[in-house]
Design a protein. Structure first.
Length: 474
């Protein structure tokens, strides 16, 4: 009987891409295609068909597994900022970061590094104190149920206390990330990271390319034959000049042309359903290079003439070459959530990739979040003083290195553009009692805003109110 489903053992990513690409272009069986690849040069094939002829789908057929260790939380956030990305980062709920130290930005001189390190160490010490105090408070508040084993109870209390203490972790805290991506996504990722404003991230981009051109450092079968996972890719990952220049050009245009900003208190969650596609596109282009709400930018763009809107688009596209895709800002979707939240909550919601996400420049302008448990545990004064000291130090340090000292409690502004199905999914999943209280509030407000905007669809939205709690469930 003809076998219709055939499994393949792991292959070097470029060999796999070559075999499957040849399989689609030949009447041979997959077995014959693999034998062909054994005796032919996959690098020469990818050089010709992927990088020269632009058959980009070929690079989707090979996947590379990479792990990043000893990188900052800030770098992890930027690494993960790919829509077609699969991976995991270290959890702030299940791991104790108190002894991990912190990453010092390469941009700092000796005096700046010393100032940063002292402030970061102070935050880490506070992280320990807050965790201890909140653990004691939760233990008194939530006695162990008879049916729960002592060790499980201890882990649950520790995890909930870490949910509070994590607000004092700064962006410079070291973490680890594991990812699985196609060669095409990896190429886009490396080019984007090389255009970063952060020195650590630019260095990591170069290290990714080096790692792809060398044999794997970890092997399932020690001593086995190994090949570099993506040596051809490593030769074709120059900096994404279009991404870099378009951001610079749009920032300059906004500075020279936008009127004075509205001085309104930011709403935690704002939802719009843009009816004017060009205005939506222009507002999305300007959002990351300003500190203004999306609604304000949309209203401005909607009132402009077609010529004025075209000027913004031209500014964004003037550095584009034939190789560059349109920026993700040009992807229009139905619903736009403009969210002010702490950057810890953003790290959690950032994992939802079936939407377009944008962030504004990190800063201390929007203040910080204070968990309810901080006040109830009697550590409000300690908590506030630690964050205020960090904020004061940040103002004394140069950007962008100063961003590494931002505590995860710091509020910032983020844009999430999605369809209804994704809005329903995030609201339902992230509002559950197992989740962190910071994003539970956001998810509930997303549901409430959607129900108001689309009353006919409200019955499809299910979410758990943030006041419904079960702290001993993880």
């Amino acid at each position: 009987m003809l076998q219709r489903v055939i499994t393949l053992s792991p292959m070097p990513p470029e060999k796999c891409a070559y075999a499957l690409a040849r399989y689609s272009r030949s009447p041979d069986s997959i077995r014959e295609s693999i034998e062909w690849v054994r005796t032919h040069d996959s690098q020469k094939f990818l050089e010709s068909f992927y990088f020269q002829y632009g058959h980009a789908s070929i690079a989707d057929l090979g996947h590379v597994v990479l792990c990043f260790e000893g990188i900052s939380e800030l770098a992890a956030t930027e690494i993960e900022d790919e829509q077609l990305w699969d991976g995991q980062a270290r959890s702030s709920r299940y791991q104790d970061f108190s002894k991990s130290g912190f990453i010092t930005p390469p941009e700092f001189d000796a005096a700046q590094a010393a100032l940063y390190q002292a402030a970061a160490a102070r935050l880490l010490s506070g992280y320990n104190q807050i965790h201890s105090k909140v653990s004691a408070y939760l233990t008194d508040l939530l006695p162990r149920p008879d049916a729960m084993k002592p060790e499980a109870y201890r882990r649950n209390i520790a995890a909930r206390a870490f949910d509070v203490a994590r607000y004092l972790l700064c962006f410079g805290i070291p973490t680890g990330v594991g990812q699985v991506t196609s060669i095409r996504t990896l190429e886009r990722q490396v080019r984007r990271l090389k255009a970063s404003e952060y020195g650590e991230i630019r260095e990591l981009a170069g290290e990714i390319a080096e790692a792809c051109s060398a044999p794997p450092q970890c092997q399932w079968e020690p001593g086995g034959v190994s090949e570099a996972p993506a040596p051809t890719l490593a030769r074709h990952v120059e900096r994404d000049e279009h991404l870099l220049r378009s951001g610079e050009n749009l920032r300059l245009w906004a500075k020279q042309n936008l009127p004075a900003a509205d001085s309104q208190c930011p709403e935690a969650v704002d939802l719009m359903k843009p009816a004017d596609a060009p205005a939506d596109l222009v507002a999305t282009l300007l959002y990351p290079v300003t500190d203004r709400p999306y609604r304000e930018l949309y209203r401005l763009a909607a009132a402009w003439s077609a010529r004025q809107r075209a000027e913004v688009m031209d500014v964004a596209l003037e550095s584009r070459t034939r190789r560059d895709e349109l920026l993700r800002n040009f992807r229009n979707v139905t619903y736009v959530y403009d969210i002010v939240m702490d950057i810890g909550a953003y790290r959690d919601l950032h994992r939802h990739r079936r939407c377009q996400q944008f962030r504004q420049q990190y800063s201390t302008k929007l203040g910080f979040e204070t968990p309810d448990a901080v006040e109830k545990a009697g550590v409000s004064e300690l908590y506030s003083s630690l964050i205020r000291h960090a904020f004061e130090t940040i103002t004394a340090l140069p950007e962008p290195g100063s961003h590494y000292l931002l505590p995860l409690a710091t509020r910032s502004r983020f844009l999430f553009k999605m369809d209804f199905a994704e809005a329903e999914y995030i609201s339902r999943l992230r509002s559950g009692v197992k989740g962190h209280f910071s994003y539970r509030k956001i998810a509930w407000q997303m549901k409430e805003k959607m129900a108001t905007l689309e009353p006919e669809l409200a019955h499809l939205l299910e979410a758990t109110p943030p006041w419904v709690e079960d702290p001993l469930v993880r």
